[in-house]
Design a protein around this ligand. Structure first.
Ligand code: HEC
Ligand code: HEC
Length: 260
């Protein structure tokens, strides 16, 4: 019987890995080409879906074209950030007009919120939902955040971020349940009695420092609100897993073959 070459097993592993790599690359470029050609259609599709959801759930107060009504303000020009903030914290849809829209259980899923936001954003320019990079506070300055929080936020939200009563039955809520995105959006859009902190007043870097400080006060891990945009890292992680473990198996087989 012919003796197999001692390198046969490792070669086979390497070939398999190469094949996986090629397939992965092909799939990747195919989906990204697909994605860019779909982007326009998908956006129009999203706006259409949002318009329908808006007609069903929001137009009774805000009007079919979001122009506003006797009980509710116009949403033309409030931007996607305001919609994402109001709906993802459960404030909207408002159950009944009252002193202040309370946070409630959220009734729309992430995709529906994105659709509502896209529809409102299509009516007029306004502050946009911050990107993942804009809210990435990892490298922000904690001490600066504390200082900015004490000068800009603590008079209403308290030094500990726990919130407190304001005049006329209004209150500033506890900040500990807000996700980084919601904190950023609250500053951008200034809900109800809260002032707007535009990017001229507090730069994006200032906002990230404040977010870091609030997260620091709230030692608990945050599992909410990060859903959108995490698809990339997952597939990349999978890729590293397959190749990384494949290489380790390859190395083990190679060492095994040499010892024999
Ligand atoms: C029962 C009436 C009612 C319904 C239904 C309702 N809203 Fe509102 N909405 C209001 C009122 C009143 C305000 C202003 C007071 C406030 O901000 O709490 C408001 C404010 C808002 C704001 C903030 C505007 C700004 O200037 O920042 C957004 C965004 C918004 N609504 C979106 C929605 C969306 C999206 C829906 C449907 C999912 C919805 N609303 C359903 C009454 C309503
Ligand atoms: C003048 C008082 C005031 C100041 C100053 C203020 N806020 Fe607010 N804030 C409010 C009120 C009132 C609300 C509730 C609005 C509502 O329910 O629609 C609020 C809501 C919020 C929310 C939403 C919380 C949640 O869980 O839904 C966040 C986050 C927030 N503020 C962050 C900040 C930060 C950060 C600053 C400083 C940069 C700040 N606020 C400054 C009054 C204030």
């Amino acid at each position: 019987m012919r003796r197999r070459h001692r390198a046969a097993a490792p070669m086979l592993v390497l070939l398999t890995l190469a094949l996986i790599g090629v397939l992965y690359a092909a799939a990747g470029s195919a989906t990204s080409a697909q994605a860019s050609s779909d982007a326009r259609g998908a956006n129009a599709e999203l706006i259409k879906q949002g318009q329908q959801l808006f007609a069903e759930g929001c137009s009774s107060c805000h009007g079919l074209g979001a122009q506003g009504g006797p009980e509710a303000p116009t949403l033309i020009g409030v931007g996607s950030a305001a919609v994402d903030f109001q709906v993802s914290t459960g404030r909207m849809p408002l159950a009944a007009p009252g002193a202040q829209a309370p946070q409630k259980p959220v009734i729309y899923n992430d995709e529906e919120i994105a659709a509502l936001a896209a529809f409102v954003a299509s009516l007029g320019p306004g502050p946009q939902i911050p990107t993942d990079e804009e809210i990435n506070y990892q490298d922000a300055d904690l001490a600066e955040g504390g200082e900015l929080f004490r000068t800009n936020c603590s008079q209403c939200h308290n030094f500990t971020g726990e919130g407190g009563a304001l005049s006329n039955g209004a209150y500033a809520p506890n900040l500990m349940n807000a996700t980084p995105r919601q904190i950023y959006e609250a500053m951008l859009t200034g809900p109800e009695n809260m002032p707007v902190f535009s990017n001229e007043t507090l730069t994006p870097e200032n906002k990230r420092a404040i977010i870091k400080y609030i997260q620091h006060m709230d030692e608990q891990p945050d599992y909410g609100g990060w859903g959108i945009g995490s698809l990339g890292p997952v597939t990349e992680g999978l890729f590293i897993w397959v190749i990384g473990i494949g290489l380790m198996i390859g190395a083990a087989v190679w060492i095994g073959a040499r010892v024999r």
